[in-house]
Design a protein around this ligand. Structure first.
Ligand SMILES: Cc1ncc(COP(=O)(O)O)c(C=O)c1O
Length: 659
């Protein structure tokens, strides 16, 4: 295993003192235990310090001299104010909040220094004149070790190494049921011994309980909260799909209003049914040329907040699957002004805190709740997500009840361990890895454009007109490529890349492909992608006519609460009549299910919504292009596609929503 490298940067404007400090600290690091590979280096100006912090991803901690406010700039004697220690601490924290920061107090008046830095995230103070380099090293080392700790994973590993006999679930009993089986040992060997040995259960008390954590899971969650800038963090082992539902059920009582982007993930729409919330749908912007759905326009959001001050919560996705990031601070501010809680679905953005190119995160922008699929973009196992909470009125009891309602009583412990480790990794080397990912993203973009056939779509190409002035940003690790000149249909291109070049892309629209770069993207993968696209480009095929998905119809009236409609038995009615035309008897009826064509994954109908012929036409055209589009929620009566609708009697029994 590679040994870690940890650099600690010392900032002091007096060269001789700096030299002595570095020498003393490095000598201490050499002579004492040093498992994290700590070394010290120094700079004399704030500018150099900020540059080093930007360039060197191995810097883990910073020691700032309190006399920095009189930094010498150039010649001896010319003491010009460059930057106060306070300002430098603020700049460092803004740039890399995961760094530990210590202040070296040079003067007797430590009260003044401590007071000035009171509201900043300073991890400790040292009085320089003591010259206690070994003592300083011990503290710096201990603090770094605390950050690099993985309490749950360590305990899981220890337990496995203790090799206790299992007289408890799971039934495979550390893999013993499989190991020698002539029928199933192949699975054991393929998946690996440790997956089975680490697959334990709540019967093992030293591994804590995800449902009532008080030991190593509680500790791991506490360290994660600090890392992600949250008051509280909870690990979820059923993905962000469940995390969203848990938050809805905590914040919304039946009938209470929720403002939501119509383009939210389906788990959000399912959460509306489960919580019984009264949804106020906000139309997303759309880029018709590329079939890409964008953010909800700021004006739409501000208007909705004004018109529905009684809403309990607002949920938005930032960044979106395509990488659009909202300008969150003014939106959060407007919502908070009306007492509306803000939930941000950061399923695709769990890494954002660890590189300034992606910040502010939702929590930094003031959001109350953020849900992150740690597994989508960091090194956690699939389904491992985190819920971060900064709501000052957080009701822990209610949250816990809802969390436990959705959480299996047999959570997968390897997933919890993977969240612990993913947090450690992103804190200790996230900045470095994300800097590399950004570099690779830049290279991928240049290489794709150099094919002359494929073109990467930048923010200006992708941004729908309605949100051009909304200060939307693009996460450049999501790369959307225009394929309309390559001579392939998108299905054929995806197949060609897969079958001939062993490349699986993230997603596609009728004329684009989206590639996702993560901290796991390697230079080799980049070269292979470039090679494949260049070869395809050189085939010189004539461009094909591409089938464009019809436009999503506008949102029709929501007549009943989605939950009320969903729980009706309903009746099954075909979409087409005997002549294969739109079935007239559907018009004006109310849908009981959520109908979502995928792609684009935006519901055309939600439970309780009125059906129009435009909606049915859209669904029929989706079904006719079935080769590419799945339509979730359709019921099949033999070959006949049908919808589940509310019967007249059911409609009579339900309370209509006010218009
Ligand atoms: C915006 C958004 N939110 C939530 C989810 C659900 O996340 P998970 O797969 O972790 O359940 C997804 C999944 O694709 C998503 O795109």
């Amino acid at each position: 295993m590679k040994r870690p490298v940890s650099r600690i940067l010392v900032i002091n404007d007096e060269k001789l003192i700096l030299k002595e400090l570095i020498k003393g600290l490095n000598a201490a690091a050499k002579s004492l235990e040093n498992p994290l590979g700590i070394t010290f280096s120094g700079v004399t100006t704030a500018r150099e310090a900020l540059q080093a912090i930007q360039d060197d991803g191995d810097i883990q901690s910073v020691l700032v001299d309190d006399t920095l406010y009189t930094l010498k700039n150039g010649e001896k004697g010319s003491r010009i104010l460059q930057m106060t220690a306070l300002k430098l601490v603020q700049e460092i924290t803004r740039f890399r909040p995961e760094l530990d920061i210590y202040i070296l107090i040079a003067q007797e008046k430590e009260d003044e220094v401590v007071d000035a830095l009171f509201s900043e995230t300073v991890d400790g103070y040292f009085y320089r004149e003591e010259r206690d380099y070994r003592g300083m090293y011990r503290i710096l080392n201990a603090q770094l070790q605390e950050k690099a700790r993985t309490p749950f994973y360590d305990q899981l590993k220890n337990y496995v190494l203790m090799a206790k006999d299992a007289w408890h679930t799971p039934g495979h009993s550390s893999g013993d049921s499989l190991r020698d089986s002539p029928w199933a040992s192949d699975f054991y060997q393929f998946i690996g011994e440790h997956i089975f040995r680490a697959d334990l259960s709540v019967s093992v008390p030293m591994l804590d309980s995800l449902m009532e954590p008080s030991g190593v899971i509680a500790e791991a969650q506490k360290i994660a909260a600090k890392a992600f800038g949250a008051r509280r963090t909870f690990f979820a082992t059923n993905g962000t799909s469940t995390a969203n539902k848990v938050i809805f059920q905590t914040l919304l009582a039946p009938g209470e209003k929720l403002l939501l982007d119509r383009n939210c993930h389906k788990s959000v729409h399912h959460g509306v049914v489960l919580s019984g919330a009264h949804p106020i749908y906000l139309d997303s912007s759309v880029n018709k040329k590329f079939g890409v759905y964008g953010p909800v326009p700021k004006q739409t959001l501000f208007r909705a907040i004004e018109e529905h001050p009684d809403a309990q919560a607002l949920i938005l996705t930032s960044c979106t699957y395509d990488g659009f990031r909202y300008d969150l601070p003014p939106i959060v501010e407007a919502a908070h002004a009306k007492g509306i809680k803000v939930i941000i679905d950061e399923a695709w953005y769990g890494f954002a805190r660890f590189h300034p190119a992606f910040r502010p995160t939702a929590l930094e922008a003031g959001a109350d709740y953020a849900t992150q699929s740690t597994h989508k973009v960091l090194s956690a196992f699939s389904q491992s997500s985190m819920i971060h909470i900064n709501d000052p009125e957080f009701n822990e009891h209610l949250f816990r009840e809802n969390f436990n309602m959705h959480t299996s009583t047999s959570p997968q412990y390897s997933m919890i361990a993977s969240l612990d480790v993913a947090r450690k990794q992103v804190v200790m080397e996230g900045y470095k890895l994300l800097s590399r990912t950004l570099e690779l993203a830049k290279e991928v973009r240049e290489q794709i454009n150099s094919t002359g056939v494929f073109r990467v779509l930048e923010l200006t190409d992708l941004l729908p007109d309605e949100v051009k002035n909304d200060n939307i940003q693009l996460d450049s690790t999501k790369v959307t490529v225009d394929i309309s000149h390559c001579g392939f249909t998108v299905e054929d291109l995806v197949r060609e890349l897969f079958e001939r070049y062993n490349i699986q892309v993230e997603k596609s629209t009728f004329n684009t492909l989206t590639l996702l770069l993560t901290i796991g993207t390697t230079r080799s993968k980049v070269s292979r992608l470039y090679d494949a696209l260049m070869r395809i480009a050189r085939e010189g095929r004539a461009p094909r006519r591409l089938y464009q998905i019809p436009e999503l119809p506008g949102f029709t009236e929501l007549k009943y609460l989605p939950r009320d409609a969903f729980y009706c038995g309903g009746e099954i009615v075909p979409l087409l009549d005997e002549q294969e035309r739109v079935n007239d008897s559907l018009k004006g009826k109310v849908c009981a299910d959520q109908i979502t064509p995928y792609p684009p994954g935006i519901p055309v109908l939600v439970p309780g919504q009125t059906i129009t012929s435009g909606v049915v036409q859209y669904l029929i055209s989706m079904l006719r292009s079935q080769k590419r589009v799945e339509v979730h929620g359709i019921v099949y009566d033999g070959y006949l596609p049908c919808l589940r609708l509310l019967s007249d009697a059911e409609e009579k029994s339900l309370k209509k929503l006010a218009k």
